[in-house]
Design a protein around this ligand. Sequence first.
Ligand SMILES: Cc1ncc(COP(=O)(O)O)c(C=O)c1O
Length: 511
Amino acid sequence: MDISKILNGTKLDSLSTQPLYLQISQLIASKILDQTLAPDSKLPPERELAALFGVSRTTAINAYRQLEQQGLVRTRVGSGTYVSGGTGQANTPSPGIPWSQLFTPYPQTPSSSILRELVSTPISSDVISLAAGMPDPSFYPLAALKALLNEHLDQVERGAFGHIPTEGYPPLRESLAALLHDKGIKSTADNILVVSGSQQGLYLTSRVLLEPGDYVIVESPTYIGAIQTFQSIGARILTLPASGTFPLDIFEDYLIRYRPKMFYIIPTFQNPTGRVLPEKERWEALTLAARHRLVIVEDDPYSQLYYRTEPPPTLKALDPYHGVVYMSTFSKILAPGLRMGYVCAPPALINRLALEKQYIDLHSNNLSQWLLHLFLQQVNLEDHLTFLRTEYKKRRDALVRAIRRSCGDDLVFAVPDGGFYLWCKIQAPVTAGKLLHEATKNGIFFVPGEAFYATAGGYKEFRLCFATHEETLLAEGAHRLAQSLRQLAKGKRGQGLGDKYRLNNQGSILP
Ligand SMILES: Cc1ncc(COP(=O)(O)O)c(C=O)c1O
């Protein structure tokens, strides 16, 4: 089926408030309903559909999902997407199990697959992706990890490959308690749950504390994975602005009016804004939370990556009422593939979290836990952190310089004192979605602001990660961004480069 002929001349309205995926699905739906597209005819693969409309593959996938939910198309595994029969029933000889109709309700916002795409899409060599919050793989301490493996693997007993306690490999729990002591957090192994990345910690904490309909307060914007987790549980999200002084008055109003169960916050080098909550405001938030017996979930992946002065103590270190659940990860400072994170909380909660974790994976991977324990015992983590701080600071400075030089007044941002991200606000009369669309043609990717908002917002904001690539690539990325802004300003479509990247970006905007 040459859908390009059928849809010839139809254009998407990129300025419309209606998402592109809905515009595409409605176009195709109208052609199905007026029988221009006959029942059982094959529709183009997602990648071709994306190219046809000049959108990302995610958008094309979401368009097909929408049509599938309406019963207008049907996906045959390994074969493709087909127009259903005229009644909305598939016209296939053996329809099989209607999987999508069996699923329990789950959030289906267009951004719901963003995180998966961010971590799974391979990066083409032509493309500079500043989208995912990935450390530079060349900074993984591979030599140290290999040396530890070589030295100790012989001594591993068979028992080490059997089951271990759900709470975590006991020696690792001890090492983590010691690590927390260095961060000013008093704890023992009983306060620690080893998790498969702090994303799992967040999920478990939410499962254990939140029921559908419960209120949770988040900063806005905030980490995509947190928004998705809360939405998946059916919690109702209340937002506090993540910029400016901590809005104590709104916070108190929420506490009184909604009696929320939890406040999720990234107080240090926030994702995506890079903001650090000053110590005085930490105390104020804690005091109010303590008065209302509100649980604070402190997500802290970035506090050790500071590029100026050491940040204020964590909320957990200050915690006057044992109401702070603290979580952190080795994904940003060692390697994300280890999937090693931890939760620090009172033993009563740790026990309940462990029970919930048992339903999911019994325990985190032994080898990662064993290796991480050896690393913490035998390698000087502080030396590695000093190295990372030096290198990431250079990268932050390189990207800041290059954006200022290339984009001038079109973009404004605060220079973050740590973490991974530059949070940019577009001053030119274009949205981040439109800019991303143009930028992908120039081989530069970022995450548009909308993804970080639980409610509408962020249309003129986007996040750049400066950690993954070295300085020259960051400068080239800034140059491509500026070129995209210029092309949009001139109202021109990209040429040359644009066509090249349209073919090379594997149909996806989000590596
Ligand atoms: C704020 C925040 N929390 C949690 C995570 C997830 O980290 P992990 O790899 O440990 O699951 C990330 C990763 O980007 C993050 O930025």
